[in-house]
Design a protein around this ligand. Sequence first.
Ligand SMILES: NC(=O)C1=CN([C@@H]2O[C@H](COP(=O)(O)OP(=O)(O)OC[C@H]3O[C@@H](n4cnc5c(N)ncnc54)[C@H](OP(=O)(O)O)[C@@H]3O)[C@@H](O)[C@H]2O)[C@@H](O)CC1
Ligand SMILES: Nc1ncnc2c1ncn2[C@@H]1O[C@H](COP(=O)(O)OP(=O)(O)O)[C@@H](O)[C@H]1O
Ligand SMILES: [K+]
Length: 485
Amino acid sequence: MQRVTSSTVADLFDVAGTRSLEHAAAATLPPHTLMQRAGLAVARLAMALAPHARTVWIACGPGNNGGDGLEAAAQLKQRGFAPVVTWLGDADRAPPDARASLERARAAGVVFDASPPAAWDLAIDALLGIGASRPPDGVMAQWLRSMNAGAAPVLSVDVPSGLDADTGRVSADLMPSRHQGGRRFCLSLLTLKPGLFTAQGRDAAGEVWLDDLGCESSAATPAGRLAGTPPPRARWHASHKGSYGDVAVIGGAPGMAGAALLAASAALHAGAGRVFAGLLDGRAALDASQPELMLRDAASLDLAQMTTVMGCGGGTAVRALLPRVLSTAHRLVIDADALNAIAFDPALQVLLESRGRRGQQTVLTPHPLEAARLLDVDTSAVQADRIGAAQRLANRFGSTVVLKGSGTVIAAPGERPSINLTGNARLASAGTGDVLAGMVGAALASGLPSLAAAREAVWLHGHRADRWPADTPLTAGALARGGVH
Ligand SMILES: NC(=O)C1=CN([C@@H]2O[C@H](COP(=O)(O)OP(=O)(O)OC[C@H]3O[C@@H](n4cnc5c(N)ncnc54)[C@H](OP(=O)(O)O)[C@@H]3O)[C@@H](O)[C@H]2O)[C@@H](O)CC1
Ligand SMILES: Nc1ncnc2c1ncn2[C@@H]1O[C@H](COP(=O)(O)OP(=O)(O)O)[C@@H](O)[C@H]1O
Ligand SMILES: [K+]
């Protein structure tokens, strides 16, 4: 059993992949082995989380997820705990594994009840796993809401019930409350599922653990991966500023110069050799607080030699510059208003696609609304399948795509998408996206290929937010300066 952290490297398997691994493993093992292993793993984690629990409420559903819960109940009872099981199944219709664990729980003397105990020290959610076929309702939804509202920790078996294991969607009324409720844990069985890590998945699951039940995962193709900590970038003693590349930030239309300056500051603090800011505002000649930045007229910059970060605070003015930038920029990060301009202009889309065909490095950094505009769908469609949306954009434009938000997805043509696990909701403040664009620019300018540059910058950006003191608001300016307090 292992705890998943932002440095974990692991494959992610969707429901179809997990099912084929389960079948392959079950075929080589004596009957009921997997469920016994699953139940024991759940019981072990439960005992570690609540070693002094007097009452453990285990809510079990009608399928094999409920079977895991029944098996855990048997194991906990045998170890001196007092599980109370509420089971929504029917012994005549339960799948064979769940029925076998039902017998074992009964034989162990587990207490079964029709309704939850009056109080509990730990709740185990074994209502639905990867077989969920519709959103929970009725008694099942009521039990989930009780767990969510209770002060005790909640341990979800395999996935939080009601979570779409492939996409991370959960219906709003089953999400844990932000204002009450205990800590949340999820023990994912056999495989890690992508839905645990993106969209609502991170809030629904809480701290994720994995038990592979002693099974191999080579018999299925992963749907994605957790890429872990990026390798450190060494700086040679015998290097100079030219070794780390030039970044040109183009953006900052009147009233929005701050966005471009944030991106430029972020590029500088992320190690770019030289940073130029080509402000569309035209008025500023010096940022006195950051004299290292060279403020230039955007038209005067020789983009063929540089890494360009385009669009931060660009307004509509950025549109006129895009044909030249898309055609000439050596390496390119496209953010914010530049993405919006491309979404509404088929001629710019053609120019972007041809960069991909020429093999030029391009990273797009949309938030969900910008991604929706580029895909001509609405934001809810993007959020309903973030991995799919990022991959479609990457394929369409021949670019690396960073689809921002909780569980940022990074996709590139022909590559397995990855989900980044650093970062938290303190990043939900104005300007943090501009900072990310600048950081991707610096990583690209150092010579990293676009996918590695995107992974490194996204990881570091989130890591800075994770390290930031909990009692202090995080500003984009501080994030740009390296997350230094
Ligand atoms: N076999 C093994 O040894 C192992 C199994 N493992 C475990 O099995 C889990 C998968 O089990 P599973 O395939 O039985 O699916 P599961 O998630 O229990 O749900 C299906 C049941 O729920 C029902 N149902 C669906 N939606 C519903 C709703 N909204 N509201 C109410 N009911 C709803 C559905 O009924 P139906 O849709 O047919 O009406 C069916 O009865 C997996 O996540 C893991 O925990 C692993 O530990 C590995 C070892
Ligand atoms: N709840 C969250 N959890 C993790 N990261 C978040 C969250 N909210 C925002 N972020 C991150 O903060 C950044 C916000 O970018 P963006 O939406 O473009 O903001 P802005 O336009 O204000 O710069 C992205 O990197 C995004 O992934
Ligand atoms: K569950």
